[in-house]
Design a protein around this ligand. Structure first.
Ligand code: IPD
Length: 279
Protein backbone atom coordinates (compact mmCIF):
# COMPACT_ATOMS: atom_id res chain seq x y z
CA UNK A 1 0.00 0.00 0.00
CA UNK A 2 1.24 3.49 -0.80
CA UNK A 3 2.68 5.28 2.19
CA UNK A 4 0.06 7.96 2.98
CA UNK A 5 2.19 10.21 5.19
CA UNK A 6 5.66 10.19 3.61
CA UNK A 7 5.14 13.49 1.79
CA UNK A 8 3.80 15.09 4.99
CA UNK A 9 6.93 13.86 6.83
CA UNK A 10 9.24 15.28 4.17
CA UNK A 11 7.36 18.56 4.18
CA UNK A 12 7.53 18.77 8.00
CA UNK A 13 11.35 18.57 7.77
CA UNK A 14 11.37 21.41 5.20
CA UNK A 15 9.06 23.55 7.34
CA UNK A 16 11.07 22.88 10.52
CA UNK A 17 14.28 23.98 8.77
CA UNK A 18 12.66 27.13 7.42
CA UNK A 19 11.16 27.93 10.86
CA UNK A 20 14.52 27.30 12.54
CA UNK A 21 16.17 29.77 10.19
CA UNK A 22 13.57 32.37 11.19
CA UNK A 23 14.27 31.69 14.89
CA UNK A 24 18.03 31.90 14.35
CA UNK A 25 17.74 35.23 12.50
CA UNK A 26 15.34 36.64 15.12
CA UNK A 27 17.84 35.77 17.86
CA UNK A 28 20.31 38.18 16.26
CA UNK A 29 18.05 41.21 16.78
CA UNK A 30 16.36 42.66 19.84
CA UNK A 31 13.96 40.23 21.54
CA UNK A 32 10.82 41.63 23.20
CA UNK A 33 9.65 39.39 26.03
CA UNK A 34 6.20 38.90 27.56
CA UNK A 35 4.98 36.40 30.14
CA UNK A 36 2.20 33.75 30.05
CA UNK A 37 1.17 31.48 32.96
CA UNK A 38 3.78 32.89 35.38
CA UNK A 39 6.55 35.48 35.62
CA UNK A 40 9.04 32.91 34.30
CA UNK A 41 6.86 31.44 31.52
CA UNK A 42 8.18 33.57 28.65
CA UNK A 43 6.87 34.24 25.17
CA UNK A 44 8.25 36.45 22.41
CA UNK A 45 6.91 37.85 19.14
CA UNK A 46 9.12 35.23 17.47
CA UNK A 47 7.22 32.33 19.09
CA UNK A 48 3.93 33.76 17.79
CA UNK A 49 5.21 34.72 14.33
CA UNK A 50 7.01 31.42 13.71
CA UNK A 51 3.96 29.42 14.80
CA UNK A 52 1.86 31.43 12.31
CA UNK A 53 4.41 30.71 9.57
CA UNK A 54 4.46 26.96 10.33
CA UNK A 55 0.69 26.57 10.51
CA UNK A 56 0.22 28.79 7.45
CA UNK A 57 2.62 26.61 5.39
CA UNK A 58 0.95 23.39 6.53
CA UNK A 59 -2.55 24.70 5.81
CA UNK A 60 -1.49 25.85 2.35
CA UNK A 61 -0.07 22.41 1.58
CA UNK A 62 -2.72 20.18 3.14
CA UNK A 63 -5.90 22.27 3.02
CA UNK A 64 -7.65 24.17 5.75
CA UNK A 65 -10.40 21.75 6.84
CA UNK A 66 -8.86 18.28 6.74
CA UNK A 67 -5.98 18.69 9.20
CA UNK A 68 -6.14 19.97 12.80
CA UNK A 69 -3.48 22.00 14.62
CA UNK A 70 -2.37 22.17 18.24
CA UNK A 71 0.20 24.93 18.61
CA UNK A 72 1.71 26.26 21.83
CA UNK A 73 0.89 29.89 21.10
CA UNK A 74 -2.57 29.20 19.60
CA UNK A 75 -3.48 27.34 22.80
CA UNK A 76 -2.07 30.20 24.89
CA UNK A 77 -4.41 32.48 22.92
CA UNK A 78 -7.45 30.39 23.86
CA UNK A 79 -7.64 27.66 21.22
CA UNK A 80 -8.72 24.19 22.44
CA UNK A 81 -6.05 21.55 23.04
CA UNK A 82 -7.96 18.38 22.20
CA UNK A 83 -6.44 15.48 20.28
CA UNK A 84 -9.06 13.83 18.04
CA UNK A 85 -8.76 11.01 15.47
CA UNK A 86 -8.26 13.56 12.68
CA UNK A 87 -4.79 14.13 11.24
CA UNK A 88 -3.32 16.60 13.76
CA UNK A 89 -0.13 18.65 13.77
CA UNK A 90 1.34 19.36 17.23
CA UNK A 91 3.72 22.31 17.12
CA UNK A 92 6.14 24.14 19.38
CA UNK A 93 7.67 26.94 17.29
CA UNK A 94 10.36 27.78 19.87
CA UNK A 95 11.01 25.10 22.47
CA UNK A 96 13.40 26.67 24.91
CA UNK A 97 12.01 30.21 24.83
CA UNK A 98 13.95 31.14 27.99
CA UNK A 99 17.16 29.95 26.31
CA UNK A 100 16.22 31.94 23.20
CA UNK A 101 15.70 35.11 25.24
CA UNK A 102 19.02 34.71 27.06
CA UNK A 103 21.11 33.47 24.14
CA UNK A 104 21.66 30.07 25.80
CA UNK A 105 22.44 27.95 22.76
CA UNK A 106 19.72 25.25 22.77
CA UNK A 107 16.50 26.17 21.00
CA UNK A 108 14.36 23.81 18.96
CA UNK A 109 11.45 23.81 16.55
CA UNK A 110 9.26 20.80 17.29
CA UNK A 111 6.67 19.45 14.84
CA UNK A 112 4.76 16.18 15.31
CA UNK A 113 1.92 14.58 13.40
CA UNK A 114 -0.71 12.22 14.81
CA UNK A 115 -3.52 10.25 13.15
CA UNK A 116 -6.17 8.36 15.14
CA UNK A 117 -4.40 9.72 18.24
CA UNK A 118 -1.25 7.81 17.28
CA UNK A 119 1.98 9.71 16.59
CA UNK A 120 3.09 9.06 12.99
CA UNK A 121 6.26 11.15 12.90
CA UNK A 122 8.21 13.81 14.74
CA UNK A 123 10.76 16.41 13.68
CA UNK A 124 12.93 18.40 16.10
CA UNK A 125 15.24 20.99 14.60
CA UNK A 126 17.82 22.17 17.13
CA UNK A 127 18.36 25.30 15.11
CA UNK A 128 21.37 26.90 16.80
CA UNK A 129 23.33 23.63 16.59
CA UNK A 130 21.91 22.95 13.11
CA UNK A 131 20.85 19.42 14.10
CA UNK A 132 17.78 17.99 12.37
CA UNK A 133 16.32 15.09 14.34
CA UNK A 134 13.48 13.15 12.76
CA UNK A 135 11.66 9.83 13.06
CA UNK A 136 8.70 8.07 11.47
CA UNK A 137 6.79 5.29 13.12
CA UNK A 138 8.52 1.93 12.37
CA UNK A 139 11.13 3.63 10.15
CA UNK A 140 13.94 4.56 12.57
CA UNK A 141 15.30 7.80 13.98
CA UNK A 142 17.93 10.09 12.48
CA UNK A 143 20.05 13.13 13.23
CA UNK A 144 21.18 14.99 10.10
CA UNK A 145 20.24 11.82 8.16
CA UNK A 146 22.50 9.54 10.25
CA UNK A 147 20.68 6.77 12.19
CA UNK A 148 20.63 7.30 15.95
CA UNK A 149 20.19 4.89 18.85
CA UNK A 150 19.74 5.10 22.60
CA UNK A 151 22.62 4.12 24.88
CA UNK A 152 23.08 0.50 26.00
CA UNK A 153 23.83 1.39 29.64
CA UNK A 154 21.87 -0.92 31.97
CA UNK A 155 23.23 0.26 35.31
CA UNK A 156 21.69 3.39 36.76
CA UNK A 157 25.00 4.19 38.48
CA UNK A 158 26.62 4.60 35.05
CA UNK A 159 23.97 6.97 33.73
CA UNK A 160 23.41 10.68 33.11
CA UNK A 161 19.86 11.84 33.74
CA UNK A 162 18.14 15.01 32.51
CA UNK A 163 15.41 16.85 34.32
CA UNK A 164 14.15 20.44 34.21
CA UNK A 165 12.67 22.90 36.70
CA UNK A 166 9.77 23.94 34.44
CA UNK A 167 7.94 27.21 35.03
CA UNK A 168 5.96 26.58 38.23
CA UNK A 169 7.70 28.43 41.09
CA UNK A 170 5.34 27.52 43.94
CA UNK A 171 7.48 26.53 46.93
CA UNK A 172 5.85 23.10 47.36
CA UNK A 173 6.35 22.24 43.67
CA UNK A 174 9.96 23.45 43.57
CA UNK A 175 10.69 21.42 46.73
CA UNK A 176 9.40 18.23 45.13
CA UNK A 177 11.36 18.86 41.92
CA UNK A 178 14.60 19.39 43.85
CA UNK A 179 13.91 16.50 46.19
CA UNK A 180 13.51 14.15 43.19
CA UNK A 181 16.74 15.46 41.67
CA UNK A 182 18.60 15.07 44.96
CA UNK A 183 17.40 11.49 45.40
CA UNK A 184 18.42 10.59 41.86
CA UNK A 185 21.82 12.29 42.17
CA UNK A 186 22.49 10.34 45.37
CA UNK A 187 21.71 6.90 43.90
CA UNK A 188 24.42 7.92 42.74
CA UNK A 189 24.30 8.63 39.01
CA UNK A 190 27.18 10.04 36.97
CA UNK A 191 25.40 13.37 36.58
CA UNK A 192 22.28 15.45 36.18
CA UNK A 193 21.82 17.75 33.20
CA UNK A 194 19.23 19.95 31.48
CA UNK A 195 19.38 21.74 28.13
CA UNK A 196 16.34 23.97 28.77
CA UNK A 197 14.33 22.44 25.94
CA UNK A 198 12.31 19.29 26.42
CA UNK A 199 12.44 18.46 22.72
CA UNK A 200 16.25 18.60 22.66
CA UNK A 201 16.45 16.67 25.94
CA UNK A 202 14.49 13.84 24.34
CA UNK A 203 16.80 13.88 21.31
CA UNK A 204 19.77 13.59 23.69
CA UNK A 205 18.19 10.40 25.06
CA UNK A 206 17.66 9.22 21.47
CA UNK A 207 21.34 9.74 20.54
CA UNK A 208 22.61 7.98 23.66
CA UNK A 209 24.26 11.11 25.13
CA UNK A 210 22.16 10.63 28.28
CA UNK A 211 20.12 7.71 29.58
CA UNK A 212 16.86 9.39 30.59
CA UNK A 213 14.83 12.58 30.80
CA UNK A 214 11.76 13.18 32.96
CA UNK A 215 9.57 16.17 33.71
CA UNK A 216 6.20 16.94 35.26
CA UNK A 217 4.57 20.08 33.85
CA UNK A 218 5.69 19.87 30.22
CA UNK A 219 3.07 20.17 27.48
CA UNK A 220 2.15 17.94 24.54
CA UNK A 221 3.85 20.32 22.05
CA UNK A 222 7.16 20.07 23.99
CA UNK A 223 7.30 16.27 23.78
CA UNK A 224 5.17 14.94 20.88
CA UNK A 225 7.92 14.99 18.24
CA UNK A 226 10.57 13.83 20.71
CA UNK A 227 8.36 10.90 21.72
CA UNK A 228 8.52 9.40 18.20
CA UNK A 229 12.26 10.07 17.99
CA UNK A 230 13.02 8.35 21.34
CA UNK A 231 10.83 5.36 20.51
CA UNK A 232 12.30 4.91 17.05
CA UNK A 233 15.81 5.16 18.50
CA UNK A 234 14.97 2.13 20.67
CA UNK A 235 13.96 3.92 23.87
CA UNK A 236 10.92 3.72 26.13
CA UNK A 237 8.31 6.26 27.23
CA UNK A 238 6.34 5.95 30.44
CA UNK A 239 4.24 8.01 32.78
CA UNK A 240 6.19 9.11 35.88
CA UNK A 241 4.09 6.65 37.93
CA UNK A 242 5.31 3.75 35.75
CA UNK A 243 2.02 3.52 33.85
CA UNK A 244 1.60 4.02 30.11
CA UNK A 245 2.78 7.25 28.50
CA UNK A 246 -0.08 9.70 27.96
CA UNK A 247 0.75 12.63 25.65
CA UNK A 248 -1.84 14.94 27.22
CA UNK A 249 -1.02 14.21 30.88
CA UNK A 250 1.90 16.69 31.18
CA UNK A 251 4.04 13.97 32.84
CA UNK A 252 6.66 11.91 31.12
CA UNK A 253 9.82 9.90 31.50
CA UNK A 254 11.76 8.64 28.51
CA UNK A 255 14.79 6.41 28.82
CA UNK A 256 17.14 4.12 26.96
CA UNK A 257 15.45 1.10 28.57
CA UNK A 258 12.75 0.11 31.06
CA UNK A 259 15.23 -0.85 33.81
CA UNK A 260 16.67 2.67 33.94
CA UNK A 261 13.22 4.28 33.65
CA UNK A 262 11.77 2.20 36.49
CA UNK A 263 14.74 2.87 38.76
CA UNK A 264 14.32 6.63 38.32
CA UNK A 265 10.56 6.43 38.79
CA UNK A 266 11.18 5.09 42.34
CA UNK A 267 12.78 8.46 43.22
CA UNK A 268 10.32 10.86 41.56
CA UNK A 269 8.06 12.87 43.85
CA UNK A 270 4.90 13.39 41.85
CA UNK A 271 2.88 16.62 42.06
CA UNK A 272 -0.49 17.43 40.53
CA UNK A 273 -0.75 19.21 37.18
CA UNK A 274 -3.80 19.98 35.04
CA UNK A 275 -3.94 17.90 31.85
CA UNK A 276 -3.44 19.68 28.52
CA UNK A 277 -6.86 18.55 27.29
CA UNK A 278 -8.85 19.85 30.25
CA UNK A 279 -7.54 23.43 30.42
C1 IPD B 1 9.71 24.65 27.93
C2 IPD B 1 10.96 23.85 27.74
C3 IPD B 1 11.59 23.51 29.07
C4 IPD B 1 10.63 22.80 29.99
C5 IPD B 1 9.35 23.59 30.15
C6 IPD B 1 8.74 23.90 28.80
P1 IPD B 1 8.91 26.37 26.01
O1 IPD B 1 9.08 24.90 26.70
O2 IPD B 1 10.69 22.67 27.02
O3 IPD B 1 12.69 22.66 28.89
O4 IPD B 1 11.23 22.64 31.25
O5 IPD B 1 8.46 22.80 30.92
O6 IPD B 1 7.57 24.68 29.00
O7 IPD B 1 7.99 27.15 26.88
O8 IPD B 1 10.27 26.96 25.96
O9 IPD B 1 8.33 26.07 24.68
Amino acid sequence: MADPWQSAYDFAVEVARMAGEEVRKAGESEIKVQTKSSAVDLVTKTDERVERIIIGSLKKKFGEGTHCFIGEESVANGQACILTDKPTWIIDPVDGTTNFVHGFPFVAVSIAFAVNKELEFGVVYSCLEDKMYKARRDKGAFCNDEPIQVSDVEEIKKSIIISEHGTDRRQEVVSKIFSSMQRILCIPVHGLRGSGTAATNMCLVATGAVEAFFEIGIHCWDIAAGAVIVKEAGGVLLDVSGGPFDLMSRRMICANNKTIAERIIKEIEIFEVTRDDTQ
